[in-house]
Design a protein around this ligand. Structure first.
Ligand SMILES: Nc1ncnc2c1ncn2[C@@H]1O[C@H](COP(=O)(O)OP(=O)(O)O)[C@@H](O)[C@H]1O
Ligand SMILES: [Mg+2]
Length: 261
């Protein structure tokens, strides 16, 4: 593997020259994107810039048409799709359009597709789901994330949750599944202000535990509060990148306006 440093000084994720087209729409035209350990990266750009496509490649939903993908300095084949492969590395994505089963209970939503099975030798490979354990873990997640103030139980229907609570539960779920990197696509869009603050707290909580976040938004104010680095995409290309402290909020706002033109 050329140039891969590996070890502690390598980025958690390093994507180089990523391309992805849909028919004749070139959504990504050679994007570079890096995430370091214990870092919150704000991924910014106008609608259609390619943000969602980039993180769908990152999370294995789409294979890249071209480009290089390194995880902790190790070069991996990212040209084929593979969500479970990305999950296996600890890349957990909460999609903008991810539909909770609103009629389903919280514990069913937390464990949908990834159940806890009995590990007892009494039930070898029967695939029996440990419902009591899934309920217990869900209650623990609600408490740990400070969700609902006792109003919510594992058996509450998901439809009862506010938008911010849904994001909080999704982040808690990702941490439960040992995420190294939590990718959030527009987690604060369409939330009330008080809810935005709560979601920003959840995001900072991930970094406090030494894990990383990619925070996608077109709202600069929301990332400004928390991100360590700002990456801007425009028309499927990198349009700028700044670390916190390298520029002021009005400067970043002006840069974003420029690239959106
Ligand atoms: N599944 C798809 N099929 C066809 N075109 C797509 C698809 N997904 C995204 N695109 C197009 O790719 C471009 C980038 O979209 P997207 O990644 O969703 O941007 P963003 O998330 O920054 O708003 C847009 O022109 C969009 O219409
Ligand atoms: Mg998007």
């Amino acid at each position: 593997m050329e140039g891969g440093k590996g070890g502690a000084d390598a980025a958690l994720v390093e994507m180089r020259g990523i391309r992805k087209s849909f028919g004749n729409v070139e959504a990504l035209r050679g994007v570079n994107f890096r995430v370091n350990a214990a870092e919150i990266v704000g991924l910014l750009g106008d609608n259609g810039a390619g943000k969602s496509t980039l993180i769908k490649v990152l999370s294995g939903l789409y294979g890249a048409d071209a480009g290089t993908f390194l995880f902790r300095g190790r070069k991996l084949d990212w040209t084929r799709s593979g969500v479970s492969r990305a999950r296996g590395l600890g890349i957990e994505t909460v999609y903008q359009d991810r539909a909770l089963g609103l009629q389903q209970s919280l514990w069913r939503n937390v464990f949908v597709g990834r159940h806890i099975h009995f590990s007892s030798s009494q039930f070898p490979d029967w695939g029996l789901i440990d419902v009591a354990e899934e309920r217990r873990v869900t209650a623990e997640l609600l408490a740990r994330m400070g969700l609902g103030g006792g109003r919510l139980t594992p058996d509450t229907r998901a439809g009862v949750l506010s938008g911010g609570e849904r994001q909080g539960l999704a982040i808690g779920r990702a941490m439960y599944f040992d995420a190294e990197l939590v990718v959030l696509d527009e987690p604060t869009t369409a939330l009330a202000l008080s809810e935005v603050d709560k979601v920003l707290e959840f995001i900072c909580g991930v970094r406090e535990r030494g894990k990383s976040v990619v925070f996608i938004t077109h709202s600069i104010d929301h990332v400004w509060a928390v991100a360590d680095r700002f990456v801007v995409l425009s028309h499927g290309l990198n349009a700028g990148e700044w670390t916190r402290g390298a520029l002021t909020l009005p400067e970043l706002t002006a840069r974003l306006r420029e690239v959106a033109l």
